[in-house]
Write a protein that binds this ligand. Structure first.
Ligand SMILES: NC(=O)c1ccc[n+]([C@@H]2O[C@H](COP(=O)([O-])OP(=O)(O)OC[C@H]3O[C@@H](n4cnc5c(N)ncnc54)[C@H](OP(=O)(O)O)[C@@H]3O)[C@@H](O)[C@H]2O)c1
Length: 283
């Protein structure tokens, strides 16, 4: 990975941080994205020290804000002439409905629209660097999701679990539609479920109240390590075995079938169009 530049969101914690560490250990130039300077600099120092790789960088952006995502894309392109791997990892679970600075529901904005907008803004540099790869971190929980086009942002009734599984299904639908649109460009797009059956011990859900938070805290001792949870992201980012493979879903470093709804091309196209409108991109 010596010549490769990898941009990773959610790199301050959990699976994203372990992915950044894994790629830094392979000698890649790693650009970590974090929203908090303190947490970002602590993760950066830890990765630089443990990997002995000086080519690790930090860029700050709150991915709930489209203005910050646009600034991040510009800053990245000013600083780096190429991008070989984009890993969209940053995600969250919210028990209560809150809105972002753009007036959008937080789970939908961070877990789906941020993947959609950042990826689209970086496509030019990914194309210029081809063969290049996009890796979207979804979840096995996408199988519980549907895309509720009548209430995408939970305005009529919000449930954290419904919003989360919808956003993770959106990750898979987005990946498949993106792969179709990128055919012939030399950019591949794949998605994954980290862990594979057993949850990964991260900060995910740690501050969440209610039943979800209780379950997450109760299961913590049984969970697998972030390093184990990052294996499939690292595999999709770096392995020659998946060179040229696109539009697939992976679990435990193996291709797997995602939910029936995730293969519905009409839903994927419609979600793309709505997402483009909400992020002010051309459809
Ligand atoms: N843990 C699991 O078992 C599991 C299972 C399936 C899927 N996943 C997926 O794995 C991905 C990573 O989650 P994790 O388990 O590693 O959780 P985590 O430890 O909570 O990490 C989430 C990362 O996302 C970042 N983030 C959240 N909101 C953000 C925002 N508005 N702007 C910028 N960054 C933001 C966090 O930054 P801060 O450090 O600033 O909070 C953190 O770096 C998520 O997409 C999640 O859906 C996890």
């Amino acid at each position: 990975m010596g010549e490769k530049v990898c941009l990773i969101t959610g790199a301050t914690s959990g699976i994203g941080k372990a992915t950044a560490m894994g790629l830094a250990n392979m000698g890649a130039s790693v650009v970590m994205v974090g929203r908090d300077r303190g947490r970002g600099e602590a993760a950066l120092a830890d990765i630089k020290e443990k990997s002995a790789n000086a080519s690790v960088d930090l860029m700050l952006a709150d991915l709930s804000s489209q203005e910050e995502i646009r600034r991040l894309a510009d800053e990245f392109k000013e600083a780096y002439p190429r991008l070989d791997v984009l890993i969209n990892d940053a995600g969250l679970f919210r028990s209560e409905r809150i809105t972002t600075a753009d007036g959008l529901e937080m789970t939908f904005a961070v877990n789906h629209l941020a993947y959609f907008l950042l990826t689209n803004l970086l496509l030019d540099v990914l194309k210029a660097s081809a063969p290049s790869r996009i890796v979207n971190v979804s979840s096995g929980d996408h199988t519980n999701g549907t895309i509720d086009f009548d209430d995408l942002q939970g305005e009529k009734g919000y449930k954290g679990a419904k919003a989360y599984s919808q956003s993770k299904l959106a990750n898979v639908l987005f990946t498949y539609e993106l792969a179709r649109r990128l055919e012939g460009t030399g950019i591949t797009a794949n998605c994954l479920h980290p862990g594979g059956g057993i949850p990964v011990r991260t900060n995910f859900g740690s501050g969440v109240s209610g039943v979800f938070g209780f379950i997450v805290r109760a299961l913590r001792p049984l969970m697998i390590s972030p390093e184990k949870g990052a294996e499939t992201s690292i595999y999709l980012a770096s392995s020659p075995e998946v060179e040229g493979l696109s539009g697939r879903y992976f679990v435990k470093k193996a291709e797997a079938r995602s939910s029936d709804m995730s293969y519905d091309e009409r839903i994927a196209r419609r979600l793309w169009e709505v997402s483009a409108q909400l992020t002010k991109l051309p459809a």
